[in-house]
Design a protein around this ligand. Structure first.
Ligand SMILES: *[C@@H]1O[C@H](CO)[C@@H](O)[C@H](O)[C@H]1NC(C)=O
Ligand SMILES: *[C@@H]1O[C@H](CO)[C@@H](O)[C@H](O)[C@H]1NC(C)=O
Ligand SMILES: *[C@@H]1O[C@H](CO)[C@@H](O)[C@H](O)[C@H]1NC(C)=O
Length: 502
């Protein structure tokens, strides 16, 4: 097949429309079979064919010689979000993925006019000596906003292909039918389709309202939420298409929230912005880790909790870790208070976000944690009502664990569950399975959620991390997220830490 990509020496490519807003690194898509690159190339070809020289035959995709992609971001103004308590600046710009730009070098095959019956400009003299179909080397740039289902060809440059760029056999990446002669859809049929689509949509939305006991104040708000729900289904479909794992994405309890709402209500962008307090490095066991491990099977993990509409994930991640450390050192599993940290940890920002490294420090300064029962969760900041007489557990210090996934596994299996942070991009619509988001969409530097790593293993052939989340049991797999292990997916390796109980 012609799917082999010939890597040309690096070209310098001009910045595109998204770049002005802030662009990520340009990266090679290692595999030209990459479905997203192929889809972008097909789209480019379709746009190209619409305007192509009428005297030529239809063009087909011969090969993708090089494909690169670049994520671009648009700024979100956080003054309108609850994370404004950050001291150093009262406002900062946080970037969210806005679109992807594909840079494609492709070879197009043009069908010889002579092979086409009824072709307008047949030249008898030329057709007596049929030649190889002509080949064009084209550079296309396609700007794509997958969840808007929007693509645009922003650049096209075609010239006759050099011998080194030619496709050897006449086979093509595309089936034989010409791209130009696409039959227009019958209006009646498409109307029926879209009617079906809206009936399906409304029935999904009704199921959603029932399942998650949702209601809105009036009809206008309900319509607005239905619109957001529809856009989110589209977005989930895109994440699904680009996922490289076995995960299923779709309707979740967050399906009626816009990305900005979800981010401000449930995530913690301070994780990527604030420098973590330096901690001692943890000693990594020298023995290789066991093939799988799960602290849930060893009684070290309490039930899944729900942080509610409060960016307090950092507190849940830390109490989960301390619960595990206390259990492993003292033999009892005690559910610990997140509200104490929300109210009394002056180093962090309550529902506005926080850092595990600060929370350990705060627990040391306070003198320990009360139990969940004594200091129960309210989901909003109150005045501190911590009492030293009710301290149930203490910690003595904290450590930073390696960024190497094998070392993380080795530490975990020997020492207990780990507080980690990650980019929660794929989590809003995650339902089950092992999530392995398209790398460009899950930038490892934009970590915005803290969770608890409780184990690891392999499902079928897919290695995973088992992650305890704090969005209730009615999210994910009974409250758990399974993330691909071995590619530092979504930056899960960048902020691993633990409390130490001596
Ligand atoms: C951010 O929001 C503030 C307050 O609403 C406004 O004054 C400021 O101009 C906004 N900045 C940007 C870049 O949108
Ligand atoms: C619409 O849905 C019905 C029932 O699900 C199905 O029988 C019919 O073929 C669908 N029509 C179209 C155009 O998809
Ligand atoms: C750990 O902290 C506890 C409570 O503050 C203290 O009683 C204990 O002595 C400390 N252990 C060590 C080894 O310092």
């Amino acid at each position: 097949m012609l799917l082999l990509m010939i890597l040309l020496p690096g070209l310098l490519l001009p910045a595109g429309p998204g770049a002005a807003l802030g662009a990520g690194a340009l990266r090679d898509l290692e595999d030209a079979r990459d479905p997203a690159a192929l889809e972008a190339a097909r789209f480019a070809l379709e746009s190209y064919s619409r305007e192509a020289d009428e005297r030529r035959g239809p063009a087909r995709l011969g090969a993708i010689r090089r494909a690169q992609a670049q994520g671009s971001y648009h700024p979100v103004n956080l003054t309108v979000l609850p994370c404004r308590t950050w001291k150093e600046k009262n406002r900062y710009i946080f970037r969210v993925v806005n679109g992807i730009k594909y840079y494609l070098d492709v070879t197009l095959l043009l069908t010889s006019p002579c092979s086409q019956d009824g072709f307008a400009n047949q030249d008898a003299a030329v057709c007596e000596n049929p030649v190889e179909p002509e080949q064009l080397a084209c550079h296309f740039e396609v700007w794509s906003q997958p969840w808007m289902n929007r693509k645009r060809l922003v650049k096209q440059e075609c010239r006759p292909a050099e011998p080194s760029e030619k496709v050897q056999s006449a086979a093509s990446l595309e089936p034989e039918e010409p791209t130009r002669a696409k039959a227009p859809e019958e209006p009646l049929r498409s109307e029926a389709l879209s009617q079906n689509a809206s009936i399906q949509l409304i029935s999904l939305f009704n199921d959603f309202l029932t399942t998650y006991k949702k209601s809105y104040e009036d009809e206008r708000e309900t319509k607005r939420r239905l619109q957001i729900f529809a856009e989110n289904l589209e977005k989930a479909r895109t994440i699904q298409e680009l996922d490289q794992g076995t995960a299923e994405y779709g309707v979740t309890k967050f399906s009626d929230l816009t990305e900005d709402e979800f981010r401000s209500l449930y995530l913690n962008p301070l994780l990527a912005k604030l420098p973590a307090r330096p901690m001692k490095p943890a000693a990594i066991p020298s023995d290789p880790p066991p093939a799988e491990w799960d602290w849930r099977e060893h009684g070290a993990i309490t039930g899944v909790k729900d942080q509610g509409m409060c960016g307090s994930c950092w507190a849940f991640s830390v109490t989960g870790n301390v619960e595990g450390q206390w259990f492993l050192r003292r033999g009892t599993l005690v559910s610990l208070s997140e509200q104490e940290l929300v109210d009394c940890d002056g180093l962090d920002h309550a529902c506005g976000g926080g850092l595990p490294s600060n929370a350990y420090e705060a627990i040391e300064q306070l003198g320990g944690l009360e139990t969940e029962g004594d200091y129960s969760y309210e989901g909003h900041k109150q005045s501190c009502s911590f009492s030293t007489s009710k301290v149930a557990v203490y910690i003595n210090s904290s450590v930073e664990i390696s960024r190497d996934e094998t070392e993380i596994a080795a530490w975990l299996a020997k020492n207990g569950p780990i507080s980690i942070a990650l980019n929660a991009f794929a989590m809003q619509f995650y339902r089950k399975g092992v999530s392995h988001p398209f790398r460009l969409l899950c930038n490892p530097w934009m970590i915005d959620h803290a969770v608890l790593l409780v184990g690891y293993g392999t499902r079928g052939r897919t290695p995973f991390w088992a992650i305890k989340n704090s969005w209730g049991k009615n999210w994910g797999e009974q409250g758990y997220y399974y993330l691909y292990r071995g590619s530092r997916a979504c930056g899960m390796n960048t902020m691993c830490s633990s409390a130490v109980v001596d």
